[in-house]
Design a protein around this ligand. Structure first.
Ligand code: ADP
Ligand code: MG
Length: 374
């Protein structure tokens, strides 16, 4: 009983931690470079294992799914729906008070909003990257993957941007461009190294990530929770054909054998252990256009993973059965994003790619069940 109460207190604490991660503050202090991140394990709101409980806690259920207890522990590490909705409403109501260089490449900006919060603003190389950013977020929500930060669109130069006319001119964005906003997330650390099982991308005789090969027995809870999130990441980046994360690192392996040890592009970690999939501009539209180049890396990587979150696999099964992935994505995007009509949705050809990737993934999960299922 006492232990259960302790667990809930820690869970609440972690939710609070996740929430405060979106609150205003000084981004310069929060880059994570001055204050070294505490070890993942000490900050993760997970009670240390009780030896008496250990035995029942297998990490995998039915040979291919992460166990429900891991699913429960994972909950606080993403962006919960209530938090996402509150941020969307606030950002759409706010005025932009300042725009400074920040948030990556020189065309990106760090904005301070009238509610005191900060947001990263991206204009993309072209509108298809902004579509990729927004649609990747909504696809993640459709799949129940909560590691992708919320995205809201805005038209630069609309009345809410009146206080930053001069900064807008200096940014030299195309007049009236539709830009994407994501919340500034505090205390992110980069350099997230992929698990050893994924470092060769499924090529050669790499072990891959499955219930019989990944040495799951000796993992701490924190390590397991990170593996769980990696399996969602591989699924998500396959579906969106996003090459700008693990896959771009895999390509660099040819000339840089140690690239995997230095961390993954566009992937960060929050102090509570949640992985954050930033910068999804390459997803869907741009990724689909370049799929013939990148799928030779994307597909073997996907095939090297035979462990899944049950909710993700259930969402895939449903989208496969109803064959309505693009329609569902479009409906969600139109309902939630006021500028969706202006930015537009996937071209019919790309909508078909999305469905065929769902179908291939569904087939792959069935293959894993046949091979490892119990
Ligand atoms: N929403 C955010 N919250 C906190 N830091 C961010 C955010 N977005 C970007 N950054 C920081 O800026 C860096 C570059 O961001 P990214 O979106 O990948 O930009 P680019 O367009 O240059 O690839 C990230 O590595 C991260 O350190
Ligand atoms: Mg980037």
């Amino acid at each position: 009983m006492g232990q259960a109460a302790g667990f809930w207190i820690l869970l609440c604490g972690c939710l609070l931690l996740a929430w405060t991660g979106l609150q205003p503050g000084s981004p310069r202090e929060d880059q994570g470079s001055r204050v070294p991140p505490k070890p993942f394990r000490t900050l993760l709101a997970v009670p240390e294992p009780d030896p008496e409980e250990e035995e029942e806690e297998a990490a995998v259920q039915d040979g291919i799914f992460w166990s429900p207890w891991l699913e429960r522990l994972l909950l606080p590490s993403g962006f919960p729906e209530a938090e996402v909705r509150a941020w969307e409403a606030a950002v759409r109501a706010a005025r932009v008070l300042s725009l400074e260089r920040g948030c990556g490449r020189s065309s990106n900006r760090l904005a301070v909003l009238s509610d005191g919060s900060r947001a990263c603003v991206r204009v993309g190389i072209n509108p298809e990257q902004i579509q990729g950013e927004a649609l990747s977020f909504y696809l993640a929500r459709l799949l129940g993957i909560t590691n992708v930060p919320p995205v809201a669109l805005a038209r630069a130069g609309s009345p809410q941007w009146a206080p930053v006319q001069d900064e807008l001119r200096r940014a030299q964005w195309p007049a009236g461009a539709i830009v994407s906003l994501t919340p500034w997330i505090h205390n992110l650390t980069g350099g997230v190294v992929p698990p050893a099982a994924l470092r060769s991308g499924g090529g050669g005789d790499a072990g891959g990530l499955h219930s019989r090969g990944a040495g799951l027995q000796n993992r701490s809870r924190a390590e397991l929770l990170e593996l769980v999130q990696w399996t969602d990441l591989i699924v998500f980046d396959y579906l969106t054909a996003n090459f700008d994360r693990l896959v771009s690192n895999l390509v660099s392996l040819q000339w840089d054998r140690r690239v995997m040890e230095r961390g993954t592009s566009n992937l960060h970690r929050r102090p509570g252990g949640g992985l954050v999939l930033l910068d999804n501009e390459a997803g869907l539209v741009h990724g689909y256009r370049l799929r013939s180049t990148w799928d030779r890396y994307n597909e073997p990587l996907l095939r090297s993973v035979c462990l899944f979150r049950h909710p993700t696999a259930a969402a895939i099964a449903e989208l496969h059965r109803r064959r309505d992935a693009p329609q569902r994505l479009r409906t969600l995007y139109m309902q939630r994003e006021p500028l969706a009509g202006e930015l537009g949705f996937l071209a019919p050809e790309h909508a078909r790619h999305l469905q065929s990737r769902i179908d291939l993934l569904h087939g792959h999960i069935a293959h894993c069940r046949a091979k490892y299922g119990r």
